[in-house]
Design a protein around this ligand. Sequence first.
Ligand SMILES: Nc1nc2c(c(=O)[nH]1)N[C@H]1C(S)=C(S)[C@@H](COP(=O)(O)O)O[C@H]1N2
Ligand SMILES: [Mo]
Length: 359
Amino acid sequence: MTVEIDVQQAREQLVMINPQPFNAEAPPRALGAEITPTREHYVRSNFALPVHDGTLSVGGAVDRPLSLTLADLRALPAVEHAVTLECAGNGRLDTRPLPTGEPWGGYAVSTAVWRGARLSDVLAAAAPRPDGVEVCFTGADSGSYHLTPVLPETGDHLTFVRSLSLAHAADPASEILVAYDMNGEPLEPDHGSPFRLVVPRWFAVASVKWLRSIEVLTRPFTGEFQTGHYVYEWPDRPHEPVTYMRVRARVTDPAPASTIPAGTCTVRGKAWSGTGPVTAVEVSLAGAGEWQAAELDPPRGPYEWQSWTFTWDATPGRHSLRARATDAAGNVQPDVPPWNRLGYGNNAVEVQYVDVVGQ
Ligand SMILES: Nc1nc2c(c(=O)[nH]1)N[C@H]1C(S)=C(S)[C@@H](COP(=O)(O)O)O[C@H]1N2
Ligand SMILES: [Mo]
C-alpha cells in the first residue's frame, strides 16, 4: 500500500499520457535544467510495474554463470555519468501521416546522473565464451501486448527483452552501466528498481529497466522488441533497428506560442545527439534559409545534452522561431525526417511562433 502511495507521489509532477502502463512526459520546465530531477524525468514502460526478486542472473554462453544481488553490484567498481535518455517515439505526434503508438509530444527526453557497475565488468566476471555474438537483457516486466497478427510462439503475452552485440556490451569504453542509483538515490520503481541498464548515446529502449537476466547468445536475438518494434520500417528501403539518438535541438525559452515584450530576448534551449557531441546550433526567426549561429556550451560530459543561447532583438509582430543542431559526425536536423511506419526518431526542426508586443 505505501509502495503504491510512493509511486503515485513520484508521478505527480509528470504530464501523464497513459495511466496503464504508466507513460508520462517531463514537464516542459524540466528541459531547462542541466540535470532533470528524478520526479520530472519522463517515464516510458511497455507493461505494468513488475515485482523484481532482487537478483540478476548472468548466464548463457559463459564459463562462470553468476547470480548477483544489489550488494554484489555495489561491491564492483562504481561509475557515474550524466546520461541523456530519449524515447525513440519522442516527437511522434508531429509525424505525418500520424503512426500508431504512444502520442509523445516533445518531452520524452531527460538527463539524470546514473551510478552503477560497468556492464563490461559484470560480463568479464562471467567469462563469455568465444562463440558468443550477442547479449540479451530481460526485464522483470511482462504482459499482454496487442500485435496483429498474434505471434505464434508467445500469443499476446510478451516480456521486455532487448539485445546488444557482445562487442558493444563487453567493451569498457561503451560505459554501459548496470545502474542502481539515479541522481544520488536508489532507483525509483518507475525507472527500473532495483537495477537497470543505461546505454549511453542510444535511444532509451536499449536501457532495460528491472533487469533480471543477462544472457550471452551464440546467435542474434529476434524478439518482438528487437525486430518487431523499435525498428525503422522505411517504405522504400530495408528496415533498420533503432540505435543512436538522432541530433536534435529544442527551444526551452520562450515557450511555444508565448507573447513577450519587444527588446532583447535570450532564446535558450538544449541540443543532443547520440553521434555527438553537438558542434553547432543555429537559430532562424524567419522562413526560408536565414540561419544565425547560437552560442553553444561545450559538453559537460560525453553523454549529456548541451545548453545553447541566442540573443535576439525582438521587434513587434509574430516571428517564426526555429533551432537546428549539427553534430560532430556531420548529421544535421532535417526539416522533414523520412517517414517510418511506427514513427521513431523524429528529429525534424521544430517550428514555433512568438508574438512580440510593444515598441
Ligand atoms: N524492462 C523494461 N525496460 C525498458 C522499457 C520497458 O518497457 N521495460 N522501456 C524502454 C523505453 S522504450 C524507454 S524510452 C526507457 C524509458 O526509461 P525511463 O522510464 O526511466 O525514462 O526505458 C526502456 N527500458
Ligand atoms: Mo522509448
